[in-house]
Design a protein around this ligand. Structure first.
Ligand code: SAH
Length: 248
């Protein structure tokens, strides 16, 4: 089983998120294991102090190295082979490619900071640092949950239908095609006729054309990486303009 060990001062945040919807079902079915580890349990003394003022002065508090390192060492013993990633805005940017790579491993140990961050001397005890974007969160828990959520849905058996990640955004370097469900007309807007045709080959071709079109319009960075085949050139030309609403 793929195990997550998530080290945090607020383990309830982690447990709560994992109880619902697709993650909740996958957890109950044993698709993955989740261990929300309370860093405070590794702090010494009656008050189990986990933070202190920064050397050199300045605002805020810094998480002490020892409880974090003891928690990491305990998780490494429990899940040998699982890499330890610290959540932090200075880290490697998390994305679909890394999610795929991590999902192929034995598990993940994720360390969540709070306050100003963690004493720099934890660095030798981690394998890398992961950022979910260029903004500052109050803690690493949301970042760790993003990583866990994105990795879990790539695990075998996590989603009901094994096909369902195949066409998704980023999987083939393209954004996914648009989705529609009932009713056939919503406030005057109709579902594209072809989706009602029952012709699976034509539907697949239309969807691929939409995928190309959206990626070209919305994500020039991805588009620049995409090598267009002659068939795709035709599909792109035929793709109707259904995606202009998202352009700025
Ligand atoms: N003083 C730090 C920010 C601390 S934010 C700085 O300026 O770089 C507190 C904690 O939130 C961090 O230790 C980290 O674990 C988490 N965090 C904040 N922003 C994050 C981001 N973009 N990605 C991943 N983790 C983040």
């Amino acid at each position: 089983m793929f195990d997550f060990s998530i080290l945090s001062l607020f383990p309830n945040l982690i447990e709560g998120y994992a109880q619902e919807s697709i993650l909740g079902r996958a957890l109950a079915q044993g698709v993955f294991g989740l261990h929300a580890v309370d860093i405070r349990a590794f702090a010494e003394g009656k008050h189990r102090v986990v933070d202190d003022v920064p050397y050199g002065g300045g605002a805020g508090m810094v998480m002490k190295a020892e409880p974090v390192v003891l928690a990491i060492e305990a998780s490494r013993r429990q899940f040998p082979g699982a890499p330890v990633w610290l959540m932090g805005p200075g880290g490697q940017r998390f994305g679909h490619g890394l999610a795929r790579q991590l999902a192929g491993g034995p598990g993940l140990i994720l360390v969540c900071g709070r306050y100003e961050g963690i004493d720099e001397r934890v660095r030798p005890y981690i394998d890398g640092e992961l950022s979910i974007g260029d903004y500052i969160l109050t803690g690493g828990e949301l970042a760790a949950l993003c990583v866990m959520d994105a990795v879990v849905r790539l695990l075998p058996r996590a989603l009901g239908n094994a096909e369902s990640t195949a066409s998704e955004s980023f999987e083939n370097g393209l954004l996914e095609y648009p989705h529609y469900t009932r009713p056939p007309v919503f406030r005057g807007a109709s579902v594209p006729q072809i989706l009602l045709s029952g012709n699976h080959a034509r539907i697949a071709a239309w969807r691929h054309g939409q995928s190309l079109r959206r990626t070209q319009a919305w994500r020039p960075d991805l588009w620049a990486q995409h090598k267009l085949s002659p068939e795709e050139e035709d599909l792109l030309e035929q793709a109707a303009d259904v995606c202009s609403s998202n352009e700025e």
